[in-house]
Each structure stands twice: as structure tokens, then as C-alpha cells.
Write a protein that binds this ligand. Sequence first.
Ligand SMILES: Nc1ncnc2c1ncn2[C@@H]1O[C@H](COP(=O)(O)OP(=O)(O)OP(=O)(O)O)[C@@H](O)[C@H]1O
Length: 345
Amino acid sequence: MDKEQIVKALEKVYDPELNRNLVELNMIKNILEEDGNVKIEVALTTIGCPMKNKMEDDIIKEISSLEGVKSVEVKFGEMTEEEKDKLFGQPESLNSFENTTILAIGSGKGGVGKSTVTANLAVTLSHMGYKVGLIDADILGYSIPQILGIKQERATAIDERIIIPVEVEGVKVMSMGNLVGEDEALVWRGPVLSGILNQFLTEVYWGELDYLLLDLPPGTGDIPLSIMQEVKEAKFLIVTTPQITAKGVAKRLGIMANKTNTEIVGVIENMSYFICDNCDEKHYIFGSGEGENLSKELGVDFLGEIPLLKEIRVGSDKGVILTSDLNSDIGKIYKQIGEKIVKKN
Ligand SMILES: Nc1ncnc2c1ncn2[C@@H]1O[C@H](COP(=O)(O)OP(=O)(O)OP(=O)(O)O)[C@@H](O)[C@H]1O
């Protein structure tokens, strides 16, 4: 039996998460064959890979089907950091981002309206005349396509290597939601997720950008931390609500940014006040001043208050972008925030 036959059989075994075969992924480290007894050494992206047993079964099945095979033994190890870098890519090559301000937009808690604010801020900057890109870095919980009304659109791939983002209101958008079907369940682990984010930075053709906004998943998890550590030029922008609880969690994100020497551009308070239909008064139903307090505690700028408005909720549910008109009430508020950001960057 020659090794080539074994390699051919291994090409039929896929890493179910990366959806590529083990040979192509460079996971096969060694093949030993003696009198029909085959030993395969496989390097996984992480030794705790939950798909290990499935891959072992598939390897045994494929190799056993070869003529002359008496036994198959599979030994697992882990890829080196270099091998992982090679597999998941490094932020370099296609895009330089040399003249781009990268703004990673995070929140402590989920549901504070971070994605809504990010999407509208991207459109605002675009209407102010800047070249803007937007990455939905909330890979599993993506909501940008819904908010921007581009759920049905698909990013196109050239040569299976370069991805052309979807464009709306002059903003180039890359979201998992523009790559997979809406109801597809995504069950990936941390390393794969940050790999996808790297791909969004390296394999998507952004062209020249003034601003690249990243809509982070909420909290201080893997993705915000890896952005702070790996995308050195990224600056942080924190979205919070007037509640004390939201501020407390958002502060942890600020502390994490300080620890990793990441600049915080400022704090935006969303759902600050409510204006009812019957009067023009601002009702601070969640309390007031916590966004500003947070910015003071972190020693950063307070960039503005965005009201709690039914039309914002309806707009983002329907994919109607309120900031496409910067002269509307909400457009004016966003424009003021945009101008403060531009002044600083
Ligand atoms: N200023 C606002 N006024 C009214 N509704 C808003 C406002 N901002 C956001 N919303 C609504 O609140 C809900 C949550 O918003 P969004 O998805 O942007 O939050 P998020 O912080 O990104 O959530 P997650 O972190 O869980 O992804 C949505 O229904 C959105 O339409």
C-alpha cells in the first residue's frame, strides 16, 4: 500500500467546523504503515475539540476501506501557534488600514442597542462624506443585516479567496448574516470565531476606508479581548444605557481596554430619555447621567445621548435606516456624535 492512497482517503475526512478536509487544513502530521497496520497523527486546532471523536471515526472508516488495511490507530495532538496563524490568517495583506480609524464598538450588557447605534453611526459617517466599512463582529449573534435591511443580500467571493462586501448607504458591510442563511445554526468555538474575524479583516476587499466600525459581541469575552490584543490600531467606543447596572458592566470593558492599552474614544448613552406623544418633555425613565458618569470615571469623552424612540425600534426591525437623512431629528443627534468622533480621529 502506498502513502498516496492513505492521503487520498484522508482527503475525504472533513473538520466539521472548518468545513475543509484534514489534508488541506494541514492537520495530518504523520502517516505510518507497516504490514497493513496504519497509524495517523493528527494536529487539531485545539486538543479539546468537541469534534475529535467524529473525526476519529471518519478517519478509521475511510482508511479501513482501503485494501490490505488490518488496523487503524489515530493519535491526536495540537497545532503550533504558527500553524494556527497560518490556518486562520493574520491581519495583513489585502488591506493596509494605514489611513483607517478602526472603531470597535462594545457594551457591557447585551440589548443596550449597541448594534443599532453602530449601524446608524456607520451610515451617519458615510453621509458625512467618509468612506466607511462595518464588520459585524458579533459572529454568532449578528443583527446588522436586519437593522440595515440587507438580510437577503449575499457577499460575493472571487476566486474563493477575496470577498466583496455588501454595500448599503455607501457603507461596506460584512456580516456572517450575509454569508449564511438566516436560520442556520452556527456552533463554532472561540478560535474559529476569531479566525473568521481575521478573515473579515484580511480576505474581504475593503478598498480605501476612512472608518472601519466593528460591532462587537456584548461583554468582555474572547472577541473584544482578542481585538484589543491583535488589532493594535483599534480604538474603543462604549455604548451603554442610563441604568446603573449597565454602567457597572460597561466599566469592566473600559478597564479591560485600559489594561490592554487600547484607546477609548468615548461613551455613547443610548435609550437615554423618552419623549411621549403628548408632550415635548424628556422623560428619563431609566435614570440619568450614568453614561456621563462612566465617561468621567474612565477619563474619556461623553459623546452624546440617543433617545428611546419607537421609530428607532420599528426602523431597526424593518431595516429602515433613520440616519439616511442627517437633517431628521435622530439624524441631527447622530451627526453631532459623528462630528465629535471625527474631531478626535
Ligand atoms: N434608542 C432606541 N430606541 C428604541 N429602541 C431601541 C433603541 N436602540 C435600540 N433599540 C432596540 O432595542 C433592541 C436591542 O437593540 P440592539 O440589537 O441594537 O442591541 P445590542 O446591544 O446590539 O444587543 P446584543 O448586544 O444582544 O446584540 C432592538 O429591538 C432595537 O431596535
